[in-house]
Design a protein. Structure first.
Length: 189
């Protein structure tokens, strides 16, 4: 009788251990992702002063999270048309700026610098003059449908007065030409 009780107890204990082991590990796919906007911080944001036409937004966007974050779009009340721009070599090897297809991905525990002559937020078709000392708000939109609002001071900036391809407009933020030929949308610069 003791053998029968010991065998039944051992079987119950083994079944309990197996059941608990199954509960202890949760597959990574079942763990909900952290919202992109909760792992983002922005330091030193600023927007270039302009009375009309175009401007650009800069700063450093840091991802403190454990997952990559992708900025897919930006909106702003100061601009009717906002694009994410990157600097890349063209066919001749010269650096040009163009719309960044797919947005900016910021790896986990990393940062993205937005700076004159490099990656930046392009504010086109300004809805109002951007005067030094004022603020401009921009809303970063992420691939997970969350967003993050930035308030950036407007500053004077005397850059290299780049010329945008197909236009005589000048815009201070690097010594590069603007290439909109591969952009999906057409803009009158």
């Amino acid at each position: 009788m003791k053998t029968h009780f010991a065998l039944r107890t051992t079987t119950l204990l083994a079944a309990s251990v197996i059941a608990l082991a199954g509960c202890a590990s949760t597959p990574a796919a079942d763990v909900p992702a952290t919202p992109a906007n909760s792992s983002i911080t922005v330091s030193d944001p600023w927007v270039k002063a302009a009375t009309e036409g175009m401007s650009a937004g800069f700063g450093t966007i840091k991802n403190d999270g454990d997952q990559d974050v992708t900025i897919t779009a930006v909106t702003s009340p100061v601009s009717a048309d906002v694009e994410l721009h990157e600097s890349v070599p063209n066919e001749a090897g010269a650096m040009v700026m163009r719309e960044k297809t797919g947005g900016f991905t910021i790896p986990a525990h990393s940062e993205l610098s937005l700076e004159p002559g490099g990656n930046h937020i392009m504010l086109m078709d300004l809805t109002e003059p951007l005067q030094p000392g004022n603020d401009a708000s921009m809303i970063l939109e992420f691939s997970d449908d969350t967003s993050f609002e930035i308030t950036a001071p407007v500053k004077d900036f005397a850059g290299a007065n780049e010329t945008y391809e197909g236009s005589g407009d000048d815009m201070d933020h690097g010594d590069m030409e603007m290439d909109h030929s591969s952009s999906e949308s057409a803009h009158d610069h």
